[in-house]
Design a protein around this ligand. Structure first.
Ligand SMILES: [Zn+2]
Length: 235
């Protein structure tokens, strides 16, 4: 009986599929994927911090240069006031105004520098934290990877054995029928269903009496009208 052989084939085929799914869902594998994603995230954060720090350094340098220049102007102005004291009240007010303006700008720069130094310290601290976290995760990852490699090797061997069994069982099934099985499996798995109380046990639809009659002929292959599975009627 062709269908008995196909039913037998399906058991080993489904076993292998289930085992493969279990391998993919392995706790160690899921953990490794999470850790790898975390490490990649830290790399992105690091790059962002490095780029922020480089922009800040440029700005620090620019402000530093500008402060030095303004201080020179201020000192020149103060020296000028000493050598040429103001002629009258208006002149004095004008010179004071110029000094005040320079001092205000220098104070603003000083505040900005302070804020940037603080930002820079924060970023340094963030970088250190990221490095520590990443290093810790990398150690855990490497340890787990070693464990997982052993697990994967043994599981792969088992899966290969299962695949060899599938090939053995496939030899006992008609090639055309096997092709049909695989086509059904594309959209419906498992691709065969037992006939139980006149129903397809895959989708629980009752089979029409005409189909039930066809099923009496053991050499006819019948697919469920509703779900498309091959109906397997035991004696
Ligand atoms: Zn069905």
């Amino acid at each position: 009986m062709q269908l008995d052989a196909l039913w037998q084939f399906m058991q080993v085929d489904m076993d292998a599929d289930r085992f493969e799914a279990k391998m993919r869902q392995s706790e160690n594998r899921q953990k490794l994927i999470k850790q790898r994603n975390f490490l990649m995230e830290q790399q992105t954060n690091m790059k962002k911090l490095e780029s922020d720090i480089s922009v800040m350094k440029d700005r620090l340098e620019a402000i530093g240069d500008e402060s030095v220049r303004l201080e020179k102007v201020l000192n020149g102005l103060l020296a000028d006031i000493e050598t040429n004291p103001p002629k009258d009240a208006d002149d004095a007010a004008q010179k004071m105004e110029a000094v005040k303006k320079l001092l205000n700008t220098l104070t603003r720069y000083e505040h900005e520098l302070q804020k940037m130094r603080q930002d820079s310290e924060n970023r340094d601290r963030q970088q250190k934290e990221i490095r520590v976290r990443a290093a810790k995760t990398k150690v855990e990852y490497d340890q787990l990877k070693k464990q997982y490699d052993v697990e994967f090797k043994s599981d792969s061997e088992k899966l290969n054995q299962m695949r060899a069994n599938i090939e053995q069982e496939a030899k006992r099934v008609d090639a055309k029928l096997l092709e049909r099985y695989h086509a059904i499996k594309q959209h419906c798995t498992p691709p065969m269903a037992r006939l139980i109380n006149g129903q397809c046990s895959g989708c629980f639809m009752s089979l029409p009496s005409a189909t039930m009659l066809v099923l009496k002929d053991k050499d006819k292959i019948v697919e469920c009208d509703n779900c498309g599975r091959i109906i397997y009627a035991e004696d």
